[in-house]
Design a protein around this ligand. Structure first.
Ligand code: SF4
Length: 465
């Protein structure tokens, strides 16, 4: 029987237009990233710096979070802690209802996707309006994001126009990008002026100043965080860094790795609600800090590196699996190599652990990761951990490898087995084509050699050594 992952991957491979759009977009992002880092040595120095900043923050996470909380409170930002997705959703619901509204504006936030915030709010009768263009498009289409930076990357402009026409049959919808963005801008602007609560993500939290940093290109993030009466920011506890002067190198790495931009159009540094002498800005700012398994990762010396992630998406853009199947093939909030290491740690090794099989371990992700997360090593760790607990295919594979190890650990036994297999090669090789394995369905199976390596070596004059 097909596993859900295999089914999703097959379906994703069958969606030719999405594959074409994703492949084209990823190739463009790869080129832009390359052009943004013309000096290889400077890039490596910047990566050293980025890794060191993130490692330092993660090593001192509890102390930095305490410092952040104290400085945010001193700035007038209310800080709330959420151990689980359910706690975070509940807190947002409470805050929205306390503001006396049933509709909220939302800026782009992967953490809100992680906790299923929109669905949780909908259950409480609260409408969440996505204001990032890509997020808004897929919200209208009833789809999940297919990329962490470019959520609607699987759609081209004609498909976007078709979705707009379905939702706004009374409007004239052109197919040029300028027409589509102008329409979105007009429709969303009307709502910005009406709604009283804005929800956003956060890219970095600065402990020493109690500041929330949010970067974006559309201005919707700034509108969500400044126009409404109440701003609710939600993010993972790992986003904290110690000092403000550590922010520029991380922003340089993030924007260049994500889209090839030297800097995003908007860099928002939010340090509190509207002051008594100020004419605009929210009257209340809330920061919800989500654990959802992150503290467990922080406590594991090998897995902690996962939390360095600055969500640039470069690992996906360069991944030979992601670029062919796109995010929907994975069926998880975080796709690609990042998803393969993060999802099983957030949601358990059972179903999300399967993602680790959707990797060729080519290493491209680790080569481009701006904070040097050893993604292939962490994918192998998921496979190992899964083999220990899974009674399924992976457990069978583990038993086969144990048998192989038992044979290879004894030279005499290994020689006897390989000699027997070489003798039986004429019989076994043709049968290998009929193995009931997905691997051999599309590939030539490996063939047994008719001479053993030991015999060939001895003919060349090598001894047993
Ligand atoms: S794992 Fe590295 S490359 Fe992938 S999104 Fe995170 S920081 Fe970017």
């Amino acid at each position: 029987m097909s596993s859900p992952l295999r089914t999703r991957l097959r379906e994703a491979l069958a969606r030719a237009p999405a594959r074409r759009n994703i492949g084209r977009a990823m190739a463009g992002l790869v080129d832009k990233r390359r052009a943004a880092f013309p000096d290889a040595q400077a890039l490596e120095q910047l990566r050293d710096q980025g890794q060191a900043i993130r490692d330092q923050a993660l090593a001192n996470l509890p102390a930095l979070l305490r410092e952040l909380e104290a400085n945010c409170r001193a700035n007038g930002i209310e800080v709330h802690w959420a151990r689980t997705a359910a706690e975070a959703n509940e807190k947002v619901r409470e805050l929205v209802q306390a503001a006396g509204t049933t509709s909220v504006l939302k800026g782009k936030s992967m953490v809100s996707e992680e906790i299923g915030l929109n669905a949780a709010l909908a259950e409480a009768g609260i409408e969440a309006l996505e204001t990032d263009l890509g997020e808004w498009i897929i919200q209208l289409a009833g789809e999940a994001p297919s990329h962490i930076v470019a959520p609607a990357v699987h759609l081209d402009r004609r498909e976007v126009a078709a979705r707009f026409r379905e939702h706004f049959p009374e409007l004239e919808v052109g197919e040029e990008i300028a027409d589509l963005t102008a329409l979105a801008r007009r429709l969303l602007r009307e709502r910005f002026a009406q709604l009283r609560v804005g929800i956003s993500g956060v890219n970095f939290l600065i402990a020493e100043t109690g500041t929330l940093c949010l970067i974006e290109n559309e201005g919707n993030g700034r509108l969500c965080t400044t126009l409404p009466e109440v701003h609710i920011a939600i993010t993972g506890i790992e986003k904290v860094i110690a000092r403000l002067d550590q922010l520029p190198p991380l922003l340089r790495l993030l924007t260049r790795s994500a889209t090839g931009q030297p800097i995003t159009t908007y860099v928002n540094l939010i340090s509190g609600p509207r002051g008594t002498d100020e004419r605009d800005g929210p009257r209340a700012v809330h920061l919800i800090l989500l654990d959802n398994g992150r503290a467990r990762l922080q406590a594991d010396p090998e897995l902690r590196a996962t939390l360095r992630c600055i969500r640039c998406g470069a690992c996906m853009n360069h991944c030979p699996v992601y670029t062919r199947v796109g995010g929907h093939g994975y069926g998880t909030v975080y796709p690609g190599p990042l998803g393969a290491v993060l999802e099983p740690r957030l949601h358990g090794l059972a179903a999300p652990g399967e993602l680790a099989e959707a990797s060729s371990l080519c290493g491209a992700c680790a080569e481009v990761c701006p904070v040097r997360i050893p993604l292939p090593q962490l994918i192998r760790r998921v496979r190992r951990d899964r083999a220990r607990v899974s009674p399924g295919t992976t457990g069978r594979q583990a038993r086969l490898w144990s048998l192989w190890a038992a044979i290879m650990a004894h030279p005499a036994r290994a020689r006897a087995v390989t000699r027997t297999l070489a003798l039986l090669a004429p019989v076994i090789n043709p049968a290998l084509h009929w193995l009931p394995s997905p691997w051999t369905r599309h590939r030539q199976p490996p063939q047994l050699a008719r001479e053993t390596l030991a015999k060939l070596a001895s003919e060349e004059g090598f001894g047993d050594e």
